[in-house]
Design a protein around this ligand. Sequence first.
Ligand SMILES: Cc1cc2nc3c(=O)[nH]c(=O)nc-3n(C[C@H](O)[C@H](O)[C@H](O)COP(=O)(O)O)c2cc1C
Length: 317
Amino acid sequence: MTQSNSIQHSQAVQSLFKPFKLGKLSIPNRIVMAPMTRGFSPEGIPGQNVADYYRRRAEGGVGLIITEGTLINHPASASSPNYPSFYGEKALKGWSEVVASVHAAGGLIFPQLWHEGTTRKIGALPNIDVMPVGPSGITSAGVKVNEPLSETEIASIVQAFAQAAADAQSIGFDGIEIHGAHGYLIDEFFWDKTNLRTDKYGGDLVSRTRFAAEIIAACRLAVGPDFPICLRISQWKEATYWDGSNHIGRITGSQWHSQTLYLSSKGQYYIIEDTSYQSDKYPKINLLSKEEAASWLLLNEHELPEDLKEYEDELVE
Ligand SMILES: Cc1cc2nc3c(=O)[nH]c(=O)nc-3n(C[C@H](O)[C@H](O)[C@H](O)COP(=O)(O)O)c2cc1C
């Protein structure tokens, strides 16, 4: 590195540590932690482990933490009972303890408010009987999973975001981030592939932003003029990160334990076993032979895909 490069580099690094003003909020530096879903909040309630996790980030010098996506009060918002809720007395109490821990360590924190839209799989916990919802009831692959959201349902979701914003403010958060990215519900309204509506929520790009605009307006009304509201948008969709694996079958041994069998784009079968809520451990991934995959599917009363049918007679005997 030349001397002038090195001076520029050190100036760039130094500016990371300068305070930053966001409206009336003073952020101690420009290090902002991106939201990252964790799945360590059994029954949607963030406990001491969650407060400790975020406190450690503030102690490490993060100026502003954006929490993992946290679900607004709508029955189809979440796809896992381990994702934290942002409604209900217990979950909000848990979040208030997260806020207190982060503030005590000198950090600031916004919750990311989330609704998964039709990325949520049919039959997903915690509300297995509730179907996924989206602007046109279709997934990013164009598969119909539900009727389009009615205007009444849309209004109730807008209000659920506003209630979450009001609750965030009342339990001491420093602002909110609305998750409008990655192909989830709000992004499904933005995107012409998942928004085929012909009413005021669909059509040209401006009309497709109406849902997000209504959410922001309702949140603003709920929190007053000074509370920061961020909207996360993205060029990419959740499906963009999909590695080509196909979901073949799933069993849920209990509310807290699941096994999902996938076929990868390279033709390998693997099972993801998720018991991570219990132990702060990551889900286990096990590669299977074709015979093992066929045996797992038969044992769990799933149909065999074409390339495993040859094992059926042998295994059923
Ligand atoms: C495990 C994991 C979970 C994530 N969860 C969320 C989330 O809840 N909300 C969100 O907006 N982005 C989420 N993201 C995306 C990150 O916020 C970030 O945009 C992404 O990791 C790219 O940044 P990087 O290149 O610094 O990793 C997640 C990313 C990872 C790796």
